[in-house]
Design a protein around this ligand. Structure first.
Ligand SMILES: Nc1ncnc2c1ncn2[C@@H]1O[C@H](COP(=O)(O)OP(=O)(O)O)[C@@H](O)[C@H]1O
Ligand SMILES: O=C(CO)[C@@H](O)[C@@H](O)COP(=O)(O)O
Length: 540
């Protein structure tokens, strides 16, 4: 029997799976929660900005050292054909000449800018707004729905250049954390085309954005792609190199084991969920939700996260859209009400659509698609003294489904067909109420992959292909991807009420984005910077 190892680096933990390459059976799984988790509030004794979200790079190596031996307990290392890895993005860190993280030095141990800035670190909004003002007329921005998000590489780099010039000057390279882990595994520095394409403004024919534009954005960015952002971009899933002696000893594998170039976590879920052709929307539902879709054609859809040729599988344009808080929003609610999913679900299940009189906007971590604005916030309308926690919970579940409907409508309006909707990630198998609500609100069947590890499985498929165990992705996906599913069918009786509620959801979004500056004014009162109102015409 031969196996591939898939490693999925999520927001809270890293998951390692061992996969039989003949039939895709996951024969062992190990989860390592990051020892330092997501650092918010304080770093050592220093108070952090409200939108700061940091991580500790050593935690990623802990995942390798702890979880790889765990899945290898019964297996001979000779039987491992290859390793693939996916990572959240844009999750970036500054390193020195030896690729060692700057936060590991005594000098910088208390400096937040020296740590990993997680994808959901939202302090670079000012930089993103500034950058967007300069580049908004350029054609390439249309591939990114018209807006560069503050979650991405350039705004985060600019944040450090603006806030801490001495540290910025000391940085040798800024790396995607996934590329940094690959460098620790193989000794090779490669920038993966998926992160570079979606989060780094890279295009396979034209490369990165030109230096004239970079200079206009900030003198600090002059020649940045030849200096702190240098490095070859290589297609995700091609061979990055092989395991070094040093790391192979630590994880109990053979030196020389092939390792694939990394990919973004959500994007790995598309092959992991068995998709190798256009027309199937894959919702990767976890801390956030990413919506991924292959197509034969490139359409410049306003408000999406991006369309990248070959961004997930060779030969197709791959679209990404997203919602920045889904599981995170539910977790936030549970924490505030000191309750749990089981209790709430039982009570929320017996409510009918519309019965609570509540309607929510799911923007508690900003809105990715279609407004690309991390300063937007959550809303609950209709709360009374009689409102129960289960009613609010159900309104939040529904709000995330309405957010997904906005995304599906956007793709369909731009004539990108969606014939099937697949749900995967950590949530769908844990919450059947949520999945039924999605089917009812979208009025589409939702196919749930009966395996929570689609990203890790996708990563293992990349590892097997990079190692040469399969000569094509379609063959590898056919053999290795998950094929056990259950289907949620839309309830026609609920459709009428949900159509009305969705119309109100859209009215609320329009009010808080186009007609009222309340959300931004409230941010201002909190002491945050006041941002310019965003013109919404590009979304019409
Ligand atoms: N029963 C549930 N219903 C809805 N969300 C859940 C449930 N159980 C856990 N979650 C959410 O799932 C998210 C974690 O998703 P997962 O895919 O495992 O991780 P990651 O996003 O880090 O890859 C958390 O935000 C958590 O609140
Ligand atoms: O931003 C992306 C993908 O573009 C993700 O890495 C990010 O949403 C985090 O994903 P998870 O919710 O942790 O699975």
């Amino acid at each position: 029997m031969k196996y591939a190892i898939g490693i999925d680096y999520g927001t809270e933990s890293g998951r390692v799976i061992l996969v039989n390459i003949e039939n895709g059976d996951i024969v062992a799984t190990s989860v390592t929660p990051y020892p330092h988790g997501v650092i918010t509030g304080h770093l050592n004794n220093r108070t952090l900005g409200k939108e700061t979200a940091l991580q500790v790079p050593q935690d990623y190596l802990e995942v390798l050292i702890n979880s790889i031996p765990e899945v290898m307990k019964e297996i001979n290392p000779n039987d491992i054909v290859g390793i693939g890895l996916d990572f959240t993005s844009s999750t970036i860190l500054p390193v020195d000449e030896n690729l060692n993280p700057l936060c590991e030095t005594k000098e910088h141990e208390n400096n937040p800018h020296a740590y990993v800035k997680l994808w959901k670190h939202h302090e670079a909004e000012d930089e993103a707004k500034h950058l967007n003002k300069i580049v908004q007329q350029e054609q390439w921005t249309k591939r990114y729905g018209g807006t560069i998000s503050s979650e991405w590489m350039l705004p985060k780099v600019l944040e450090i250049a603006n806030d801490d010039p001495p540290l910025f000057n000391q940085v040798h390279l800024f790396l995607e954390a996934g590329d940094w882990v690959i460098s620790k595994l193989t000794g090779n520095l490669i920038r993966n085309s998926c992160s570079a394409g979606y989060k780094g403004t890279w295009h396979k024919e034209t490369g990165f954005i030109d230096n004239e534009t970079l200079q206009k954005i900030s003198p600090a960015l002059n020649d940045i792609y030849k200096t702190k952002l240098q490095g070859n971009v290589q297609s995700s899933g091609t061979l990055a190199g092989t395991l070094t002696k040093e790391i192979s000893v630590k994880v109990g594998l053979h030196e020389g084991t092939p390792v694939a170039v990394g990919i973004i976590d959500a994007h790995a879920a598309l092959p992991g969920a068995g998709v190798s052709e256009p027309g199937t929307l894959v919702m990767v539902m976890g801390t956030s939700t990413c919506h991924l879709l292959l197509s034969d054609k490139e359409v410049l859809v306003p408000g999406i996260s991006g369309v990248v040729e070959g961004g997930i599988l060779p030969g197709y344009f791959a679209y990404e859209a997203g919602q920045a808080a889904v599981g995170d929003l539910f977790a936030h609610f549970l924490k505030n009400y000191q309750t749990n999913f089981e209790t709430l679900s039982d009570e929320a299940k017996i409510l009918h659509p519309g019965q609570s009189g509540l309607l929510a906007l799911d923007w508690h971590n900003g809105c990715r698609t279609p407004f690309v604005d991390t300063t937007l916030s959550g809303v609950l309308v209709g709360e009374k003294l009689s409102t129960t926690p289960a009613e609010v919970y159900r309104a939040l579940l529904e709000a995330t489904a309405f957010g997904t409907k906005v995304i599906i409508d956007l793709f369909e309006k731009h004539e990108i067909p969606i014939n099937q909707v697949i749900a995967t990630g950590g949530i769908p198998n844990k919450n059947n109420l949520l999945m039924q609500i999605y089917a009812d609100i979208l009025q589409k069947e939702i196919t749930v992959v009966q395996n929570d590890q689609a990203p890790a499985l996708g990563a293992a498929i990349l590892g097997a292909v990079a190692a040469g165990a399969y000569d094509s992705y379609s063959r590898a996906i056919r053999h290795m991807a998950s094929n056990k599913t259950i289907v949620y069918k839309p309830n026609k009786d609920n459709a009428n009420i949900y159509i009305q509620l969705f119309d109100m959801y859209k009215q609320l979004s329009t009010f808080f984005t186009e007609q009222s500056s309340i959300m931004h004014d409230l941010n201002h009162l909190k002491g945050e910077k006041k941002y310019d109102r965003k013109p919404m015409e590009h979304l019409q």
